[in-house]
Ligand binder design. Sequence first.
Ligand code: C2E
Ligand code: CA
Ligand code: CA
Length: 745
Amino acid sequence: MRGSGHINLQPRNLAVPIIVIVVVFFVAGSAIVNSTRDFYYQHVEEESRRLAISYARSLAIATEATEIVDSLLAKKLLAAGQVVAAELDHSHPRLAELATALEVDEIYSYSPQGEILSSNTGLYIGWQATPGHPVHDFMISGRDHLVEGIRQDTESDNHLKYGYFRMPDQRFVQIGVLAETVHEFLGKFEVPRLLEQMRQDQWVSCARFIDAELQLVATCTYDHLGGTNLIEQARDEIVAGREYITSTDLNGQPAYVIMLPVVVEGERIGTLMLAHDLTTTHALIRRVSQVGVVALLFMFSVMIALIYVSHKRNSDLVQSYYFDHLTGLPNRSYFNRFMQQQLELAAGDHRGALLLIECHLDLLNLTFGPQYGDAVLNECAQQLARACGPDQRLFRLAGGRLALYIESYSEQDELIGICEQVMESLRGLLQARSAEMTIGVVEIGDECLSPEKAIKRAAIAASYARREQAGGYRFFDRKMEDDLLRESVIERELHIAVDKQDEAVICLHYQPILDAQSNRVAGYEALARMNSQELGAVSPAEFIPVAERTRLIVPLGRMIVSQAFKFLKALQGQGFRDVKVFVNVSAVQLLSDDFVQDIKQTAEQVGVPTGGLVLEITESLLLENYEVTNRKLSELQSLGILVAIDDYGTGYSSLARGRELRVNCIKIDKSFIDHLLLQQPERMIAGTIIAMAHRMGHSVVAEGVESGQQLEYLRRHGCDLVQGYHFSKPLPPAEALEFLKRHNQ
Ligand code: C2E
Ligand code: CA
Ligand code: CA
């Protein structure tokens, strides 16, 4: 069945917030990963730069120191040369002595032609410098002195630093210091050693020094010396004297590389390259990112769980707010919303209708308990739900009220068909449990009704349906509303009149009932009259049913009986002892517990014997509550009260049962008397009724006699009593008494 699909009452779909969360999760996740990496990279960069700057400075200082030491050594060599040159004795022992004193390793004394004349070691005497040899270069240079860099000696293959000094006679001396000694001095400042020291630093995985000519002159591992295979960008930056940073793969490991120029006295002497192994950093980044992402995942899972829980709670709320617990159908709140929407639609040429299906389960609830009533209603609801068409919607409004909304229809006949279908589908179910239902229909066309008003109108129509015929349906029309309004006025005024025993509002008129043969007044029928302040004279045909529906008929009936007794007393006071007063009694009234007792008491209060009273009851009352009614009737008869069946022949004829009935008289309904005027013998059955009634021992009254022709027929057929406008209309008590005096004297 179509329950809730039409208007969306569901809380917003979960998909959207979840998609948003997932997107946010990915964005935030990648932000975490990125910022973690950025953070560590920044740290690596800062640390690398700090180290590189400090190491580059060390390198610059070392280079400067080397130069200083080198120049000191040069000065030492020159000073030593000067001392040796000034010495006249260049004998081997003397030179050895000088070498020790001057702390140099080699001293050679050369002839102006470049031949070794003497040496401190006594070696190489007579060696002659040949062109191209450094010694020869100095000899022919004409310079006073010269200090060379370290070189391998051509004779001894030892590495030495040499200084030359020329004497005035063109002889010259060569002083040499062994490279080991020089290195002892300079070692502390040597680049490879510094690089090795840098390597000791845990941060640095590799350190290299590239000279100004882009030659790799030193690495911490003493390998790959020579040309560098720098990429162009790095080469450009280095040549421009700028720092260059990159992360790359170094010996198969990820590394962070920084290249920083090493500047000595404003001149770039080379570039320091430091590499930091990123393996741990990467591991760290991975771990921190993982932790971050897991935390995020946890957070978002919690969020999703919260969203789900609140969504669930919302939909439960919606469910309990908009749906009926018992039947699972959309409820009154839903109906109101739905109707509101439909009514907005109705602004166009929409044609919808509301069927209010009232299941009257009060009796079931009373007899078997409310659970039973609920179960029956639920069955009805499910039955209807199954039968619902595609443009029909079923709601449970309250109690036994179901509403079926027809979204569109073309003809009223279509709605009638639906009403009949509904009744058909519930009939078996309800009848088996002696419950009934009625349907009120409201057509929703161009008029814009509020949901409340639509229900109210449907309820009015349903109440009309119930009044007229249980199990029926009625379409709402405006007159019903007016009638209802009028009824409520009547009800209010009746209430007041009964409370105040106001005989100005409720009084009785009396219509004479005559003996058909003697033409004497045998009795009077008391007919209630209402003079409403607001509505003027209101017919009993209108106010008696209102009193019956509201159960006001019980006190009202008591008031009427009391007035009738007073009239009876007045008649008897005037000497008319055998004139009866006929009083109409409603079913509700007769069936009320204290009815017989009340009559007795009222007669006593008025001070009149009960014997002059005839009660008129309807046939249907007898049929429906045969046992109780019959018992009450015999109680009444034991008080001398007679009983007449009113409107005889209109209901299911109870003639067959007539014999058992505690009834004294029947009043043939006016319709049979009317037929007497038609001159259609086949419809003139009043005579038959009279004969049958007589056979059963009942006397017969014919009511509604309006002409002599009717009277003539009735007389001929032996009718006992006659009543009607032919003789008199109902009269106020005083006039009725006058009529009696006139007639019976
Ligand atoms: P009813 O008991 O069948 O009363 C007869 C109705 O027919 C009366 O209408 C009466 O005025 C009218 N009538 C009498 N003779 C003629 C006639 O020759 N021609 C025509 N056309 N009508 C005639 P009324 O007084 O309007 O009462 C209508 C109904 O109201 C009564 O029908 C009765 O069922 C009910 N009623 C009246 N008074 C009481 C009452 O005190 N208690 C109860 N429970 N019902 C009452
Ligand atoms: Ca009557
Ligand atoms: Ca009647």
